[in-house]
Design a protein. Structure first.
Length: 261
């Protein structure tokens, strides 16, 4: 029995009438392309079956605790990502790979205590970052320096530890005041005597003691290298000086013996 072939023009017409279906909307979400709303769905991880054309993704009010390596599918057009009111404790250094077009990221109202220098490296287009209402006690300026397009930063309602460790962050905030939103709400939590004291109210003199006592990594490296050499050199000098003293006393004894009648 021979094969029945569809003429080329008829096949082309069929393809036009029946376009290739787009990726299905995740079962737990509501989709109105290019927006996907997965809020309040009891999710514990990011849905994987998302259309590459997604530009807005709402994941708020779920139970996501960890963003592991490559937690998101390829979303080259994603502009806004909201993870507000989850239980996020950890963001892997490669969790946000593939989101280079992202412009706004909302991580507020989570349980984040630490952000590494690599966390936001893939987000070269990010303009707005919301880290309010987390559990951050300090934040390395390098985390923010990885965001060349950053224009708006929210950090309020975190338990900031106002010791010498916050000096680098204070410097960054002082040099980027125009980027910091709600500056008056950046308050110290620790130590007790500075509880609710505004971080932006500090002056350079407030950290004078830190300038006097803080040591850079270069200092520690220098001490590690110079220390052993200085110890050996001191032993050599002491031995040399002791030998000179012994030699001097020997000469005196010999000269005294030659002078006797």
């Amino acid at each position: 029995m021979g094969c029945w072939r569809i003429p080329g023009p008829v096949l082309a017409l069929l393809l036009l009438l029946c376009p290739v279906p787009s990726p299905a909307c995740p079962a737990a979400c509501r989709c109105s392309p290019p927006e996907v709303d997965c809020s309040e769905r009891g999710l514990r991880e990011v849905p994987w079956s998302l259309s590459p054309n997604t530009s807005t993704l709402w994941l708020g009010y779920n139970f996501i605790t960890v963003l592991g390596p490559r937690s998101f599918p390829l979303l080259p057009g994603l502009r806004l990502l909201s993870l507000v009111h989850n239980r996020l404790e950890l963001i892997h250094s490669q969790a946000l790979q593939g989101l280079g077009a992202l412009q706004e990221l909302d991580l507020s109202h989570n349980h984040l205590t630490l952000l590494t220098l690599e966390t936001f490296l893939p987000l070269t287009s990010l303009a707005t970052l919301n880290l309010a209402s987390n559990r951050l006690g300090e934040l390395e300026p390098g985390v923010l320096d990885a965001l060349p397009q950053l224009q708006a930063l929210l950090l309020q309602d975190n338990p900031w530890v106002c010791s010498c460790g916050i000096l680098p962050l204070w410097r960054w905030l002082s040099h980027n005041r125009e980027k910091v939103r709600e500056k008056s709400l950046l308050l110290c939590r620790v130590p007790e005597q500075l509880n609710k004291y505004p971080i932006m109210a500090f002056g350079d003199e407030s950290f004078r003691q830190c300038h006097e006592t803080s040591l850079s990594p270069q200092h520690y490296i220098a001490f590690f290298i110079i220390g052993p050499f200085s110890f050996i050199a001191s032993i050599f000098v002491c031995t040399f000086m002791g030998s000179l003293v012994v030699f001097y006393h020997s000469l005196r004894r010999e000269s005294h013996c030659w002078r006797r009648p």
